[in-house]
Design a protein around this ligand. Structure first.
Ligand code: ATP
Ligand code: MG
Length: 138
């Protein structure tokens, strides 16, 4: 069984979409293996998005990610990483497939409701960034 890290970003929480997003995961065969609400400070958001440190949007992105509470989840299932990415839709919501979370709810390329790990390595790093062994259901 594969695991991936998902975040319902501050815009998703502010728009009242926690239940809607989790319903989409659960109804497409992804099981919640861990879940909590957190509020990242700027440094914590910078650490999480460290791979994007050189990008032009890094400062704005980390301001956004530290602007309010997020829900972080571990999703588990066969092909969980790819399945989650499909449910999310493309980064740019105007290019996301109809019926995806971003197509349905995002308001800009930055404020796009959800994060999902993009590969096995990243998933491992990102899960360890937020969760310790005691917090993960086995
Ligand atoms: P995420 O990593 O959040 O799941 P992603 O993998 O689809 O999203 P990345 O390229 O990793 O996209 O970018 C991380 C996040 O940075 C995006 O989800 C979005 O919030 C923001 N972002 C990406 N590109 C831009 C951009 N051109 N302008 C502003 N923000 C951007
Ligand atoms: Mg990414």
């Amino acid at each position: 069984m594969e695991r991936t890290l998902s975040i319902i970003k501050p815009d998703g929480v502010a728009k009242g979409l926690i239940g809607e997003v989790i319903k989409r995961f659960e109804s497409h065969g992804l099981k919640v293996a861990a879940l909590k609400m957190i509020s990242m400070n700027k440094k914590q958001a910078e650490g999480f998005y460290d791979v994007h440190r050189q990008k032009s949007f890094f400062n704005s992105l980390t301001d956004f990610m530290s602007s309010g509470p997020c829900v972080v989840l571990i999703l588990e299932g066969e092909g969980a990483i790819e399945k989650n990415r499909q449910l999310m839709g493309a980064t740019d919501y105007t290019k996301a497939d109809p019926g995806t979370i971003r197509a349905d709810f995002a308001s800009s390329i930055e404020q796009n409701i959800v994060h999902g790990s993009d590969g096995p390595e990243t998933a491992r790093y990102e899960i360890g960034y937020f969760f310790n062994a005691l917090e993960i259901v086995r």
